[in-house]
Design a binder for this molecule. Structure first.
Ligand code: CP
Ligand code: NVA
Length: 313
């Protein structure tokens, strides 16, 4: 059961470990129910407003389809429509939307926008990515690993993120540390996750029996990894830095050499997608036997259904 005080999903850091586990088990049940013929219409009559300041394939489609599977509906509001914070204040948009829809999922640039939405909306708000974090991605990634390892505990597994200390990396560090995983974040110098985030994740790890390590050496970092995870070197909004980042991040490419450096014949490779093939990950790896990236993408649907039921149900 989701405690009454949890009304939004803005950061994995805000969600207690036992609630994350309830949601993971609910995602499993919903996926199994769907595979057996379809979900019960638990969200019949409910409408999710989906506000986007940035493009999306997975987040947009998986939330929309997830609502339909559960008997509800979703409204896509493109970057040209609401123009959150531009055409009117975030607070006004939140107040107005709250009278029309039963929940808001938003993808924003500034993290302060999602915080303001949550503060001023009277319906649940789900963070569909900000410049700071991507909690739905990390939650669904935990679901993919839970499923891959036959519904066993995730504690003690070694998750190594190689690349930019970005939104996806921050949420993964929070998720992994909450689940008792041994998380390493390997970035070039100058692209690390902020100390405050690492310290907070270390506090979660000390409760869960996990650990959080930072590194600049990809070959050393991946040694003994159960999972190697990467993401683009230039995120949405950083296009102007792409060329310079390509030079800095070159040694952090997830290629066959790096996968072999794990020394684990069963190592898994994950990527939130979209990928810039040939940059942070090679074709050979993303299409190779270690990669679970497409199952990972498909599980956005199943993981997020649990979040929708928990918050809108
Ligand atoms: N991984 C992810 O969130 O993909 P989209 O940007 O396509 O939604
Ligand atoms: N870090 C990437 C993730 C995309 C899902 C971005 O923000 O563009």
């Amino acid at each position: 059961m989701t405690p009454k005080h949890i009304t939004d999903f803005i950061s994995i850091a805000d969600i207690p470990r036992d609630v994350l586990w309830d949601w993971l088990r609910m995602a499993k049940a919903l996926k199994e129910e769907w595979q057996a013929g379809g979900n019960k219409p638990i969200l019949k009559g409910k409408i999710l407003g989906m506000v986007f300041q940035k493009p999306s394939l997975r987040t947009r489609v998986s939330f929309d389809v997830g609502m339909r599977h559960l008997g509800g509906e979703a409204l896509y509001l493109s970057p040209q429509e609401i123009r959150l914070g531009e055409r009117e204040t975030v607070a006004d948009a939140a107040a107005v939307l709250s009278g029309y829809v039963h929940g808001i999922m938003a993808r924003v640039f500034a993290h302060s926008d999602i915080l303001q939405l949550a503060e001023h909306a009277t319906v649940p708000v789900i963070n569909g990515l900000s410049d700071f974090n991507h909690p739905c991605q990390a939650f669904c990634d935990m679901f993919t690993l839970y499923e891959h390892w036959h519904w066993q505990d995730l504690a003690g597994r070694r998750l190594v993120f190689v690349g930019d200390g970005n939104n996806v990396a921050r949420s993964l560090v929070f998720a992994g540390s909450k689940m008792g995983m041994r998380v390493t974040v390997c970035t070039p110098p100058g692209y690390e996750i902020e100390d405050a985030v690492i310290e907070r994740a270390r506090a979660f790890a000390s409760e869960s029996g996990g650990e959080v390590v930072v590194s600049h050496d990809p070959r050393k970092a991946v040694r003994g990894a159960d999972v190697i995870y990467t993401d683009v070197w230039a995120s949405m909004g950083q296009e102007a830095e792409a060329e310079q980042r390509r030079r800095v991040f070159r040694p952090y490419q997830v290629n066959r050499d790096l996968v072999e450096a794990s020394g684990n014949p069963n190592v898994l490779v994950m990527h939130c997608l979209p990928a810039h093939r040939g940059e942070e990950i090679t074709d050979e790896v993303i299409d190779g036997p270690h990669s679970i990236v497409f199952r990972q993408a498909h599980n956005r649907l199943h993981g997020q259904k649990a979040i929708l039921v928990a918050l809108l149900g």
